[in-house]
Structures are given as structure tokens and as C-alpha cells.
Design a protein around this ligand. Sequence first.
Ligand code: SAH
Ligand code: SF4
Ligand code: F3S
Length: 453
Amino acid sequence: MTQKIFIKTYGCQMNEYDSSRMADVMAPHGFVRADTPEEADLVILNTCHIREKASDKVYSELGRLRSLKTARAGEGRQMIVAVAGCVAQAEGEEMLRQAPVIDIVVGPQVYHRLPEMVARARARNRIVDTEFPAVDKFDALPESRQVEGPCAFLTIQEGCDKFCTFCVVPYTRGAEYSRPVRQIEAEARNLVLRGVREITLLGQNVNAYHGDDGNGGECGLGPLVDVLSRIEGLERIRYTTSHPRDMDDALIEAHRVNDKLMPFLHLPVQSGSDRILDAMNRGHTRQMYVDLVARIRAARPDIALSSDFIVGYPGETDEDFAQTMDLIRTVGFAQSFSFKYSPRPGTPASAERKQVPEETKARRLEILQAELTAQMRRFMESCVGRRFDILLEKPGRYPGQMIGRSPYLQSVNVVAPHARIGDFVTVDIVAALPNSLKGELAGRSGSRQVGRN
Ligand code: SAH
Ligand code: SF4
Ligand code: F3S
């Protein structure tokens, strides 16, 4: 009998990847994707623990699911509710106590065991599995069959050993682990066979990647990009999230020589103050970041950068914040994500006495975001007049219009009546809209694409 699975994803791209893999795991057991929880027999919330707001959302969603589950039971049908991801890993058993609606709590390292957990939940058991097993989850996962569109994520590295003082990831995702090169290559080839043209390699610390190269050695991210770029039909490669400390020469060299590696790099810096960077345990100074950016730009002059920032880290003064603003102006970012510091249970920074008042955080965030938004606008406007290859992802709002992605991940609208999803088209950018660009067809470019114009 066909059953339906609904998965709601919070948090980062790694969670998005895991959600699609959970769907892959359940597919051989007769589960097809549902668009709403109302029609689903199995609902999975794939949760994020990074900031307080993110984990709070889960409990309000569980409240809604409770009434749905009761209504279902009234119709004589069972609805199974599973909580996956980083809140599941962090809170485990405790979640069952907090939310009686939950049947399954499953951590990010064991979701390949979902089918047996679901079978046990059917028999009215409640299950918690948040182990970090020795057996490799990736070996147990089936091939991806449910590829949607020409862009895909591929997790190559998991976990983190860096222990930044504000961050829960080392606790929720465990120690750093790199998948072997052959396993990644096989997954990439399978994706390309299913129509994928662009792959984003994922890891909490993706550039710390050091996988088994199959010859008794280790392979870093730069050489891995080279291996993958030889796959015919794979036209674009990206990676995220990188740590400034792990940008090695081989990776910078890959940006210089490999045309399939897109000229857009997310390189979080968090703060521009040496004092705060040190307190955060980031392991680099402001100057090291500035120098690194200079080396990357020398290798690939058209590269654009994005970053993450935290304001109001414990003990952050006006002077520290001024340093962050100064770094932003010095480097210049095409895009950014910024957050108020959120104390997280079990992390060293949450125990600091000198927490910054909420109003100060809010004020600093506003100032920071105004500058970052202005920089983003300037970057978008600087794209007008440039010629880009666009990978078409979906139909636009009007007949004949399509929406694709630029090398810099911007959404681009273009009227291209004869093109199909998955095609590359060359466009001239004619306008910068609030959140996207407008392009005009310059001529069909088949499957070759160039990022550097
Ligand atoms: N591995 C990545 C970050 C992953 S978390 C890195 O090292 O850069 C994504 C972003 O969330 C971080 O870059 C940081 O800016 C933000 N973040 C993490 N913990 C946070 C916290 N406790 N409060 C506010 N923002 C936080
Ligand atoms: Fe968190 Fe730091 Fe690891 Fe990034 S590098 S995941 S911010 S501990
Ligand atoms: Fe959130 Fe976990 Fe990703 S805490 S950001 S879902 S690694």
C-alpha cells in the first residue's frame, strides 16, 4: 500500500540534504512525498538547534501536529510523528517528555534505520535513537532516486572539531568525518545521470574535507573538486560552508584553474575584532582573514564573497563592533547572513557573565544589516551590463519566462521560450531588481558555461 511522507526542514543545507535522503530511505517501503502534513501517514520534522528561535519553532509545529494526529486517530488512521536533526540529537529522550505527540526521535547519524523505527512506532512504541554509530550511515543509504531539478546538494563531510564557543554543531553533529572520494564520485555520477548539472558540496566544515583517496592516502577539497569536474555533464561545482582556517593553497589553486568551480564563496568571519575572534575560538585574526581574501581574489579576480556575522557576542564592546563594521567595509561582501548572538545550552559562551543586552544586540544588528544590504545592492547593480551563463531551474511567472541561477547564485529572470529546465543560456543582465536580476537572451550556449565574463 502506498503511504505518504511529509518532511518539514529547518536549518542549513545539510538538513535539506538529509531530508531528501530520508525520503530515499523510506521510498522502497512504499512512501511517496506528500505536500502537506494533512495527507501524510508519516510526518518528519528535521530540526535545527543553532539559535533559540530555530528550536522554538519545532515545539510550536509539534503543537499543531498534535491536533492533526488526534483528528486522524478519530478517523481510525495512525499518523506517525518523527523528530530528526539537531534538536533531536541535542534533546533526545527529553523531547518525548516535552511533547507526547512524538513517536520517534532520530539523530542525524542514524536515519538510515528509519524503516525499522517506523515499524516499531506502528506497534505503538516510542523510539529514541541518537547514537553516533561506528557503521557508516552513507554505506547504508540507498541511491538517490528523487532528484528535483538541475541543482543538487551532496554532503561530503559532516561534524566539526573546531568548537567555536558559541556553537552547538560539534555537539549535535559530532566529530569531523569525511566520506571517501569514490563514494562521493559515485553519488555525483548518479545525480548527473538523473539530470543534475550543478552540485553543491556540503559540510559543516566542508574545506576541512580530507577523504580516503582509495590509494591509501588522503584527498583534500581542492583535488576532490578536480576529480568531480571531470564528470561529463556536471557543469558547476560549489561548496559550503568553509572555515577561513581551512582554505589551503590547493583549494585556492582550484579557484584559479577550474572553470567549473563557481566564483562565489561563503567564508564566514563572524566578527572583525581580534579580541572577539579569540574569545570565539575562531583560530584566526582579522588580518589573517583580510590576507586570505586577498590571496583568493588574486587567484580568481571575479570571485564574490559572502559571510556570516554574529553581533552581541558576550563582552562585545562598541569598539569591537566598530571593528566588525570596518572589516565589512574593507572586504566588501556580495551577500551576508547576520544574527544576534543567541546563548545555546552547553556551549562555553552561554556561561559567560558579560552577556550583551538585547537592545544593544538589536541596535548593532540594524546598523550591520544596513551596511550589508547596501553592499549587496551595489553588487547586484554592478552585474548590470555583464554577460552570464544561467542554469535554468524553473518556469517564471509569465509564459515563456524562466528563472535560473547566475554563477553568483542570484536568481535571474529571462524570457526564453524555447529553453528547457536544466539548459544553460547566456544572458545579458539588463536590470537589478530587489532580490533578483533581469536578463535578456544573448544566444543559446548548449551545455558549456563560463563563469568569468
Ligand atoms: N560551520 C560554519 C557555521 C555553521 S552555523 C562556520 O564555521 O562558519 C551558521 C551560522 O550561524 C554561523 O556562521 C554563525 O554566524 C551563526 N551562529 C552559530 N551559532 C550561533 C549562535 N549561538 N548565535 C547566533 N548565531 C549563531
Ligand atoms: Fe560551529 Fe565553529 Fe564548527 Fe562552524 S567551525 S560549525 S561555527 S563550531
Ligand atoms: Fe542547524 Fe544542525 Fe544545520 S544546528 S544549522 S541543522 S547542522
